[in-house]
Design a binder for this molecule. Structure first.
Ligand code: GCU
Length: 607
């Protein structure tokens, strides 16, 4: 039965993934950037997609919003149009750009024109999106290029050169961010449903036979040897007879591999390789070339593994001084997307003296993982299989698998990523266990070099706490969200709790309390910074009593963030205020309590 389920899932993925394979390392290729002001049409009734009988319009239907909005003559009747009166900035969510979009959930049509003067002999061109939340139907000059679902992972479609024009190419994207029961995530989340083309858009020009994907990593266990072994593979878009060259100039490595097909694997070695670590995040320029193509990027080399009830980074026990982050800039109440945003958010993380970030609850932008690489921050990256997904639906499992594959494909060369998480706070049950364990197994098949996790839940308020969730049998660590003192009892309940040891490393993947920035009082007054400070003091005292397998914590959360679920008119008003930084970027009192704990743990584990 299990095999049949996996095979069916594989077939579903192929079908759901009707696009061409994801092209790796977009920043390292020839791009024409299409960021900027796009014109839009708000279309809550999807008039541009369905006719008045709610039948999908055919491709040539002049009332379809993917077709020209220019009347052919004065008698022409057209009831749609793109205008400079209505523009949105891309990348960026629509909710924060105009009050009309604040709570909007539905379809918005985006359109921009571009000229294309490149000579295309021997080349191909793709349109690549860093992310679109949630469903994207993409058209060029009235021809549909493809459809993608998933709000936080990249995708690309090939543009047949038969439809490209030298001038005034019409790129139209139908974006629909309606929440649906059978999607990933599902109807309810505790974050704002920011819709739009939320990350970069590029035209990517590649040779006909191009380097499609590759992986290059430190061999498992290689950190112990003086001669470090690096291994990897290169996947081409088509078979070639020729040489593939892998170079790491700073290490004087130039390896020529004879290719006779569409992929090669290789091993390299060096006595001079400096390992990537949180204290010394060494990155090396890696250049991969074929007779027709060449890509390069900075890559770090390290090992991460579980050994008994410990996690080892390059063979040394590591303690996670973590923090959770939503991909959001509180100032401006908007999705974070840029390199500057990533530097800002991860700069806050470094101020906290954290060495790890849990990028909740969905893959963040490539800027975040590349900046984490350069700052030496370990990353927990997660797909938004969040709360009560439609676990009995194989089509939903295929969607989760597609997002898992896209997340791992985009970031498999990021040294900072040490954990792939397949979900958060999913409710125990047989269908859920089958669904989640399938994802955990597939994550391991896609990448057996990193830890696989899922954030579980624990609600106990006193006595011994034993984590019994069977999903923990399929993950490398036992990661638990607990809110003792906020969602149950008061902070001093922590004194009544004793956590049972277990055979795997144990991690508090969330814990936190709300505080309105600047609201002070006595520590028993909920919503004050003083209460949140008390919460952290009691939680940390409990953490100091954890058994030896305690791996660390990533408290919820770095910054206050937006959520339509948080509607106390005095203390929330659409904000979840569990941030250690408030809505204006000011540190709350609890920030200093956690930082003091992290300074202490740094001395204890990284002296
Ligand atoms: C949950 C959940 C978060 C949520 C948090 C909270 O654990 O994982 O997404 O925001 O608790 O209630 O604040």
């Amino acid at each position: 039965m299990y095999f049949i389920r996996i095979f069916f899932l594989f077939l579903l993925c192929c079908n759901a993934n009707a696009q061409v394979p994801l092209i790796a390392n977009i920043p390292g290729r020839t791009n024409i950037n299409l960021n900027g002001r796009w014109q839009y049409i708000i279309d809550p009734y999807e008039t541009g997609f369905y006719d008045y009988r709610y039948v999908e319009r055919n491709q040539k239907d002049k009332d379809a919003y993917w077709n020209s909005d220019v009347p052919q003559n004065k008698t022409d009747k057209l009831e749609h149009g793109y205008s400079t009166k209505n523009t949105l900035y891309v990348p960026g969510d629509w909710n924060s750009q105009d009050r009309v979009f604040l709570y909007y959930e539905g379809t918005v049509w985006y359109k921009r024109s571009f000229d294309f003067k490149e000579s295309m002999n021997g080349k191909k061109v793709f349109v690549h999106f860093g992310a679109v939340n949630y469903k994207a139907d993409v058209y060029l000059n009235g021809i549909k290029l493809g459809m993608h679902k998933g709000g936080f992972t990249p995708f690309n479609f090939e543009i047949p050169d038969s439809i490209l024009k030298p001038e005034n190419n019409w790129l139209v994207v139908k974006v629909d961010n309606k929440r649906m029961k059978d999607e990933i995530p599902t109807l309810n989340t505790d974050w704002w449903n920011y819709g739009g083309i939320t990350r970069d858009v590029n035209l990517v020009i590649v040779p006909n036979d191009f380097i499609e994907d590759y992986n290059i990593q430190l061999q498992k266990g290689a950190f112990t040897r003086e001669e470090k072994i690096i291994e990897g593979w290169v996947k081409l878009s088509a078979p070639i007879k020729g040489e593939i060259i892998v170079e790491i100039p700073e290490l004087n490595i130039r390896n020529q591999i004879a290719a006779n097909g569409d992929s090669v694997s290789f091993t390299l070695s060096s006595k001079y390789l400096k390992l990537w670590s949180t204290k010394s995040p060494s990155l090396y320029k890696v250049i991969i070339s074929t007779p027709a193509d060449k890509v390069e990027e900075k890559i770090g080399f390290r090992n991460i593994e579980v050994n008994g009830d410990q996690v080892l980074l390059n063979g040394k026990r590591v303690f996670f001084r973590g923090i959770c982050i939503h991909e959001e800039m509180p100032e401006g109440m908007r999705r974070a997307y840029s390199y500057k945003d990533a530097v800002y958010l991860l700069g806050q993380v470094k101020e906290l003296n954290a060495n790890m970030v849990r990028l909740a609850h969905y893959p963040h932008s490539e800027n975040m993982t590349r900046v984490a690489d350069s700052l030496g921050l370990m990353v927990w990256s997660e797909i938004p299989v969040y709360w009560t997904i439609d676990f009995g639906n194989d089509a939903v499992l295929a969607k989760a698998q597609t997002q898992l594959t896209e997340m791992i494909t985009r970031d498999r060369n990021r040294a900072s990523i040490v954990i792939w998480s397949v979900g958060n706070e999913t409710p125990p049950g047989d269908e859920r266990l089958a669904f989640m364990s399938t994802l955990a197994k597939n994550a391991r098949i896609l990448d057996n070099t990193r830890l696989i996790a899922a954030a579980l839940e624990n609600f106990g308020l006193n006595g011994e706490q034993v984590v019994k969730d069977k999903l923990g049998d399929y993950t490398y660590i036992i990661a638990v969200n607990q809110y003792i003192g906020w969602y149950g009892g008061l902070p001093d309940n922590c004194r009544k709790v004793k956590w049972a040891p277990n055979a795997k490393p144990m991690f508090f993947s969330e814990t936190g309390a709300e505080a309105v920035g600047g609201f002070y009082g006595d520590s028993a007054t909920r919503w004050t910074e003083d209460f949140q400070e008390w919460y952290y003091k009691e939680q940390i005292a409990m953490m100091k009593r954890m058994p030896a397998n305690f791996l660390g914590v990533s408290p919820w959360i770095l910054n206050d963030f937006r959520s339509p679920r948080r509607n106390n008119p005095e203390t929330q008003e659409g904000w979840n205020n569990k941030g250690l930084y408030d809505q204006k970027g000011n540190k709350k009192k609890a920030f200093y309590v956690l930082k003091a704990y992290y300074d202490e743990m740094e001395k204890k584990y990284e002296k």
